[in-house]
Every structure is written in C-alpha cells, then in structure tokens.
Design a protein around this ligand. Structure first.
Ligand code: MSP
Length: 706
C-alpha cells in the first residue's frame, strides 16, 4: 500500500505542488469498499454510533488520499417488531416514524462531515426487491426451509436463544427477560455451512479482526451452529416472504443484505456490485461481529458470492464504565457536542482517545482536555505561532529556504517517517496510533520553533536562516494539513487555506505529503486561533448533553416538555435542580416558597403529563447523599428517576409504593445519573419534612393524573 517512489512525479513535484497521487499517475488505483452497520431507528443516534461512522469516514477519506476508488456505505435498519411497537405507541405509521428518525441520522452525519457515498434504507423498494430475490433463491435451492420454531425470544435484540445460551434465564446479550415463543418459521440452514465457514476463517486470518474476536467466533462455531429462524408471523413491519405473505423476512437476512443490495445486486443495474464487491471492510461493534462473521458469510456462500475481506469488531464507547445505551439512560447526544465544540474536536477525540478495537471511555472532561491539549495547544499553536511570525517578519509572504542544517534535515526526514507510520497504522486499523504519529511531527515542529528561536534570528539579523526556519514551519504545516484531513477534515482544509494554498486537500493525495512542495512567495494568514481554549473548570459543572428524542422529533416546539410556562412553578416537586438543565427563563422561575403564583389556564396545566407509577427498585447513589435512584413502572414502560428524597426515605420502604410522576419532563442528569422524569412531593418551607404524593388506593401504573 505504501506508494512507491516515482521519478517522474518527483520531477513534477519540484515544478509545482498540484500533483495527482502517485497511484493515480500510474493508473494503479485500488478500490476500497467500507461499510458501517445500518443503524436501528428505534431512537436518535448517540455518540457511540457516531464512533463507528467517524472511524469509517476517516478510513474512507484516507483511502481516497491513497488514490483508491472508495465506496462508503451507511444506512438504516428499519424493520422489526420493536419499530412497529414504538410507532404504534406514538400513534403513527411505522414508515412515518422511521422517516422522522432517519432524517435525524442524516442530519447528524452532515454535521459530522461524514462523506458517505450512499445511505441505504431497508424500507426502500430497491432493497426490498433484492432481499426478496435473495430469499427466494435460498428457498428454491433448499438453503431455507419451513418448519416450526420453539424457543426463547429477546424482543429488544430481536434474537432467539436456546435454553443453554440464556444467562440467569435472561438474554445473554442485553440481560433483559426473554419470552417463550412457538410459531411457524422459515429457517436458514447454517449447520450445512459450518465446516466451510470454519475452513474459511482458518485460511484467512485477516477475515475476522481483532484476533480476540476471531478466536471467540471460532469457539462459537466449533460448539455447533443451529439453523436460524429467518421469518416472523407475529408482526408485519418487514419485507414479505415471497409467495407466503403472512411471513415477513426476519431482521438479519434483511439487514445484512444491505451491503450488496445498495450496490444493485440482483437488480438490472449492478455495475457498482461488480465493481466494489467483495467489501474490503465491514466495520461493526463487537456485539454484532457474530452476525457478520457467521450468518452473513453463510448467506453469501449459499448465494455463491465472495465473502467480505474483513470484518472488524471495534469496542464500545463506555460512559462511567458502562456501555452507552438508552435503557441505561447514559446516552450522550453528539449533536449537542457538535453544536458546542464543532465536529472536529469530537471526531478527533473519538479517533484518538480510544484504542480502536478495545472499549474506551467517553467523558466530557476527556473531550475538553484532548481538545485543549492536542488541538488548541499543539496544532492550533503551531499554526498560530508560525503564521504570526511570518506576518511580523515577512509581511505574510513565505520566503524561499536557504541551505538546510542538520536539524532541518531531521525535520524533513520526520515527515517521510510519519507518513509511512500513518499509512501502516491505518492499514492495521489503528487510527489512534496514526494520530499519535502525526502529533509526533507537530510536537517536533513546536520544539523546532523553541530551538531555532526565530525572534532571536530576527534580532541578530540572520535573515537567511530566518527564511529557512519560516519556510520549514510552513512546509511542516502543509504536510500536517494533508495528514490530518481524513480525521479532522475541516481543520486540515482550514490550515490549507491559511497557508494560501488553493483547492481541496482531497485532490492532493498522500503523494503530496513530501518535503519541499510549498511554492515560496505564497501568502499566509494568521486568522483567529483554530481552537480557542475551553475553560475546563467552568465546563465540568455543565454535565453531559443527553439524547432526548421525543421532545426534539415528536413534539411541536411550543409544547416541548419542560418548557411549558409554569411547569415547574405550579407543581410541588421533590428533587435537586438538574445539573445539565439549561437556565430557566424568567417566566419559568419558581416563586419563593409560599408565594402565590400567577394563574394558569386549564390548557397550560394539561401540558403536564402526570402519571401514576409504581416503584419497582430503589437504591442509594454513591457519593450523592440526598439522591435515590428509582426504577419505576408506568404501564408498559419502565423509567429511571432520580429523586432528592434520600434524607426522608430509605430505599427499601419505597419499593411497591405508587407515586405521581411528571412524565414529560425533559431528561436531566443528576450527579452523573440520568433522571427520566420527576416525582411529586410536598415539603415544608425549610425542607425538613417531605411527603411523597400517591393515590389513596392502588390503581394500574401508567394511569393519567389530572
Ligand atoms: N441494525 C443493527 C446492525 C445491522 S448491520 C447489518 C444494529 N444497529 S444498532 O443501531 O443497534 O447499532 C449499530 C452499531 O452501533 C453497532 O455496531 C453497535 O456496536 C454500535 N454502537 C452502539 N452503541 C455503541 C457504543 N456505546 N459504542 C460503540 N459502538 C456502539 O446493531
């Protein structure tokens, strides 16, 4: 993959810096097809999802710089019982529901500068037709057969489990309760392909990576594969099975096929399929490696198609050492982070902080720290210092360099070294190491400024040496701009422009990462710092921005929960002020205790969704002596509520009690724990006595309070 030296290019490089990549010049471009999982629109996406897609985007961009013809696919996995249920609970059709959520996915990718080539939706006719063709072919040739299913089903994961696979009687993936299901179903004959699959995995060590996941999959297959249920009759939000329409294609055949249906497989126009398949890389989270390395290759084998070259299972982004997930109430909203910090700090953090392949922690403090240390201090300062000196000493014009010293030659050599390292790291799917390597160059250049002390050269009148030092700094920055572009594209392009270089970095290719291509005489502008420093202390108090789907997507802004005038003023509530909450507007400010409040209309009161809830679990929160964490049931829904009642109630005396909850209050974070509502209580003005409100006789949880 390392571009080899090409004499004609070196000549052209001396003549000007606008050169195509070496591969393009030699017409030996490779192709690179990279995919992300298609995301479930059961909710808005969180920063964990942004992690996979950002990594795929950086890889796609990197391969573009290498001169490869790149195809980058992402999309949405829109069928299944869960989606149907959520839509029904909102009183809308599933399609209307997924349309709204998928729009938020696409908006997120736009904000994060994700440059995908196609976004496949499993509800699109092009996908549905191809899935039906695939299903029919497998059925006709006997790889799919009809039988009866009995087994344990996990609805949230949409997965069937054998008795022996359950853990404590619960789903081994998500640890939620499973239900016994018996129904007629179509099955995919996984068992028939077990040996062939094992042979393939053994013969192609690169097929499943990292190594630990490969070993895990081998053990799983060796334990024996059971045929897989691939259709459902209990719901209809799916692709109908051809010729037997009471069945819909069950989620994995539908979902996995996206990687070829998006390319036009089984359609009249399959030129993309012929060009790009097999995929070079399916990038997936570790929990879905199994589907991608067992079910998917078997479907492909049965269809007689080549297998993807690699499935890479990356780790999870954790929050407080737990996987981010809606049910745990710890999902961080990437849109809010992008709005606050911009896309590049988030992209940089995701790609630099976590060892790709392993689990890693997300925290706001770590994001701010990385931004300040690496982006503002190291990279931002290198540009700012260099450009300032050019403006001060050379009117912003880049001088031609004089003879190179030993130190200059070391700096020049480092550019080539870092380029080689970066390519090697990206080939091994180690973006974190690629960035560490690039930052070695940035660090060296900052040190070079201190060592060369251009201000002293200016004072001493050493003009030729000053010219050389200033040129070298610009040349490092030009190379850095290209190298960082796949990871933080806006920053790369912004540096490029401030160096007075025309056009897009994309057109440069990695071949332009090479010493000496900056044309002397170019004009550099300093501009504002690329990354203003973020006050760490002030920000620590802010807390995380949480994904709050319902308010954003499903309610009219005027009626959004938590913004109703008087919402906090009319109801006596227990609980500390949410740490993450925005400052209330003056009209929503609670009046001093006991003071009368302005009248409200019945319509204003009706904006509060008050519900009866039953406390199912209660526990203390470590290091928060006023707070209790409650798990409450409201009809079919279970929620977590954090209440400031620990000084008045012991957790054990609360379990089983019925309370009144403000159900449409915007979720907030209290001492690091998400609260998805607020319970009502009355308290004396000094707060010494407090009583929780509840019904005077038991009623079903979820009943409306009005
Ligand atoms: N729809 C399936 C994928 C089908 S692919 C043919 C699915 N969707 S998902 O929306 O639940 O998850 C998509 C991806 O997001 C998975 O790779 C998953 O690992 C990833 N992540 C979800 N939460 C994550 C973190 N907290 N951290 C890192 N990745 C995470 O599964």
């Amino acid at each position: 993959m390392v571009p080899r030296h090409c004499p004609s290019l070196a000549r052209r490089a001396r003549d000007g810096f606008f050169i195509p990549s070496e591969r393009q010049a030699k017409k030996v471009m490779g192709k690179y097809y990279v995919t992300t999982p298609i995301y479930y629109p059961s909710d808005k996406l969180h920063v964990g999802h942004a992690y996979t897609t950002t990594a795929a985007d950086a890889l796609a961009r990197f391969h573009k710089l290498l001169g490869d013809e790149v195809y980058f696919l992402t999309g949405s996995d829109e069928h299944g019982q869960k989606i149907q249920r959520i839509a029904a609970s909102k009183g809308i059709q599933p399609k209307e529901y997924v349309d709204r959520i998928v729009a938020t996915f696409q908006d997120l990718w736009r904000r994060l500068d994700i440059q995908y080539d196609d976004f496949i939706r499993t509800t699109e006719p092009r996908h549905q037709r191809a899935v039906q063709a695939i299903f029919k072919r497998l059925l006709d040739q006997g790889d799919i057969y009809k039988s009866k299913y009995e087994g344990w089903y996990c609805e949230p994961c949409e997965a069937f489990w054998l008795e022996r696979q359950l853990e404590d009687g619960k789903c081994p993936d998500c640890h939620r309760p499973v239900q016994w299901v018996e129904e007629e179903s179509y099955f995919l004959r996984l068992s028939a392909y077990q040996d062939r699959l094992l042979q393939h995995i053994q013969a192609h060590p690169e097929f499943i990576q990292p190594e630990s996941r490969r070993n895990e999959m081998i053990r799983f297959i060796e334990a024996g594969l059971n045929d897989l249920s691939v259709s459902r009759t209990t719901f209809d939000w799916g692709i109908p099975v051809p010729g037997d329409e009471k069945h819909v294609v069950y989620v994995w055949i539908d979902a996995l096929s996206n990687y070829i249906t998006a390319l036009g497989y089984a359609s009249a126009d399959d030129h993309l399929y012929r060009k790009f398949w097999p995929a070079d890389l399916h990038l997936v989270g570790k929990e879905i490696v199994r589907f991608h390395t067992i079910i998917w290759p078997i479907i492909l084998m049965a269809l007689g198609l080549p297998l993807p070259k690699q499935v890479f299972g990356h780790g999870w982004l954790l929050f407080d050492a737990e996987k981010m997930s809606k049910s745990r109430g710890n999902v961080v909203d990437p849109v809010a982070l992008i709005e606050e910090f911009g896309p590049d700090p988030l992209r940089y953090f995701l790609l630099r902080e976590v060892v790709f392949g392993q689990d890693g922690n997300f925290s706001r403090e770590a994001l701010i720290h990385r931004t300040n240390a690496d982006l503002a201090n190291d990279l931002g300062n290198l540009l700012y210092r260099s450009a300032s000196m050019l403006e001060r000493y050379r009117d912003g014009r880049v001088p031609a360099p004089g003879p190179a010293s030993a130190r200059d030659r070391e700096l020049m050599g480092l550019v080539g070294e870092v380029k080689r390292e970066t390519i090697a790291c990206m080939e091994r799917l180690e973006p974190h190491n690629a960035l560490a390597s690039i930052w070695r160059l940035i660090g060296r250049a900052n040190k070079y400024i201190d060592e060369e002390a251009p201000w002293a050269l200016q004072r001493q009148g050493q003009q030729e040496r000053l010219d050389t030092v200033l040129y070298n700094l610009v040349e490092v920055l030009r190379n850095v701009a290209i190298l960082v572009w796949p990871f933080i594209p806006r920053t790369g392009q912004a540096i490029w422009q401030r160096l007075g270089l025309p056009g897009e970095i994309l057109q440069q290719g990695l071949a332009a990462v090479k010493w000496g291509l900056y044309p002397p005489g170019g004009a550099v502008t300093r501009g504002e710092p690329l990354f203003p420093r973020i006050e760490e202390k002030e920000n620590q108090e802010k807390g995380e921005p949480y994904v709050t789907m319902d308010q954003a997507v499903f309610e009219k802004p005027a009626a959004a929960a938590g913004t109703a005038p008087g919402a906090t003023a009319t109801v006596p509530v227990a609980g500390a002020a949410p740490e993450g909450a925005a400052a209330p507007s003056p009209s929503a400010e609670p009046a001093p205790d006991g003071a009368p409040l302005p009248q409200i209309t019945i319509d204003e009161f009706a904006r509060l969704d008050l519900r009866l809830a039953t406390i199912e679990e209660a526990e203390a929160i470590p290091k928060a002596d006023k707070l209790l964490r409650l798990q409450v049931r409201m009809g079919p829904e279970r929620r977590q509520i954090v209440a400031g009642i620990a000084r008045h109630y012991r957790p054990e005396e609360l379990v089983g009690r019925q309370i009144v909850v403000v159900a449409n209050l915007k979720p907030a974070r209290l001492r690091g724990v998400e609260s998805q509502g607020m319970l009502l209580a009355a308290s004396t003005p000094d707060g010494e006595q407090l009583a929780i409100l509840g019904p005077d006789k038991p009623l079903p949880a979820g009943c409306k309070v009005k």
